[in-house]
Design a protein around this ligand. Structure first.
Ligand SMILES: Cc1cc2nc3c(=O)[nH]c(=O)nc-3n(C[C@H](O)[C@H](O)[C@H](O)COP(=O)(O)OP(=O)(O)OC[C@H]3O[C@@H](n4cnc5c(N)ncnc54)[C@H](O)[C@@H]3O)c2cc1C
Length: 386
């Protein structure tokens, strides 16, 4: 069996089409030279985002009545893996609007709000960002202090968010607030907030990686939002977030798996032509074993990701399996990038090669969307240890 056949084994014809068409599209509108330039300039890949929207990809996980194509979780995993094979930042840009924020619209918004937002999300006219984390509350998400207080027909939001991916290019933010501060996680409510609202200020943060999409601080100083923009039930936001977590982690695992394969292919293209001691370095067993190790990590990430997608498609609630997939895939992603640098030697550290970007971009995987430590806590909790 060829390598290609191995990679498409178990996928439907339509899923193989998803892989090849999204990769062809991104090869055309986001070639490596363009990624390098946008990453250096810290500029969002607008052209590639719009091209993906035009090709219909933003609608893949959303229902047909809102312009989507109602794909399965496995379809979504295949798509994300393929995007991240091309560029993991592009996968993150997609996920921020379409999944992390988009799922809150789909499952929490009123019909009127859905009909205003979802078709435009699908067509690419609107981008969103998901705003949960605060300076004092990361892993302990229930301890957020950003307040939303009812005032007539509005809520008034005051507080601060941090590390919000793509907020600077978003039209609306999905904002997690406290509406009943004494109630812990039972006092959380989620709102859709227009970024043009008076009192809302977004400032960029400079981070190690993912510089095309980067993160931001968001300040809310008495920001008014119509009560009709409540997503889900009042004080019921925690439940909505928990319901979305498995989908979010599935996507993070899929992105990491796709990026692992990219790292292998990039390192292999270099190693095959890099000659030392009169032969290509791939002929050294020490290098071959590194590639073997990376392929083992990649296959493990893929298999775990697809299994979780199948479980979600079967209507199960695979909390433990999703935490395993997320932790393993993201840890493998940064290990692969580190090994890729080692395979390339000094060249791996130079800005002229993509490998340094893979290392920078992959490092957040074990932190965002629940850290590896929190994933292990979720896994242990689901093991009936007493
Ligand atoms: C690049 C990037 C993009 C992001 N994008 C977004 C976004 O779009 N929207 C958003 O809302 N947030 C976003 N985040 C925030 C991200 O979800 C948080 O960084 C993450 O949840 C961890 O929170 P923290 O950074 O505050 O770390 P902390 O929670 O302070 O954790 C620090 C360390 O302590 C450990 N720790 C904490 N609690 C426990 C525990 N109970 N048991 C064991 N160990 C523990 C952690 O695992 C970690 O190693 C982003 C972050 C980054 C870096």
């Amino acid at each position: 069996m060829s390598n290609h056949q191995n990679r498409i084994f178990g996928l439907t014809e339509a899923q193989v089409m998803i892989q090849s068409s999204v990769q062809d599209l991104l090869a055309r509108c986001l070639p490596p030279e363009k990624v390098a330039q946008l990453d250096e300039d810290r500029q969002f890949p607008f052209e590639a985002y719009d091209a993906m929207a035009k090709a219909g990809w933003m609608g893949l996980p959303h229902p047909q009545e809102w312009g989507g194509s109602g794909g399965s979780f496995k379809d979504l995993a295949v798509l994300i893996e393929a995007i991240a094979y091309h560029n993991v930042q592009m996968a993150s840009a997609y996920l921020t609007t379409v999944v992390y924020a988009g799922m809150h619209i789909r499952f929490g918004a009123s019909e009127a709000l859905k009909s205003r937002i979802l078709p435009k999300l699908v067509s690419g006219e609107l981008r969103l960002a998901f705003s949960l984390t605060e300076p004092q509350s990361g892993s302990d998400a229930a301890s957020i202090v950003t307040r939303a207080v009812r005032d007539g027909d509005d809520y008034v939001i005051t507080g601060q968010k941090i590390y919000i991916t793509c907020a600077h290019v978003a039209d609306h933010l999905v904002v997690v607030t406290k509406t009943s501060p004494d109630q812990g996680h039972r006092g959380i409510s989620i709102f859709l907030v227009d970024v043009k609202s008076p009192g809302l200020c977004i400032t960029p943060l400079r981070g190690l990686g993912r510089r095309m999409i980067h993160t931001n601080q968001v300040f809310f100083d008495g920001v008014r939002v119509p009560a009709s923009h409540l997503l889900g039930e009042l004080d019921g936001g925690w439940k909505n977030m928990m319901q979305g977590l498995n989908i979010e982690r599935l996507c993070l695992a899929a992105a990491a798996a796709g990026n692992c394969q990219r790292i292998i292919d990039y390192a292999a293209a270099y190693a095959r032509v890099r000659v030392q001691f009169g032969q290509a370095i791939t002929h050294f067993q020490a290098i071959g074993h590194k590639f073997a190790e990376m392929q083992m990590m990649t296959e493990t990430a893929r298999v775990l990701t697809y299994r979780v997608a199948d479980m979600l498609d079967a209507g199960l609630r695979p909390d433990m399996e999703t935490a395993i997939a997320k932790a393993v895939a993201t840890e493998n992603n940064s290990k692969c990038a580190d090994m890729g640098i080692q395979i390339m030697g000094g060249a791996g550290l130079m800005m002229d090669h993509e490998m340094q970007m893979y290392l920078r971009d992959s490092r957040v995987g074990t932190i965002g969307g629940g850290t590896s430590e929190i994933m292990r806590t979720v896994i242990a909790k689901n093991m009936d240890l007493g």
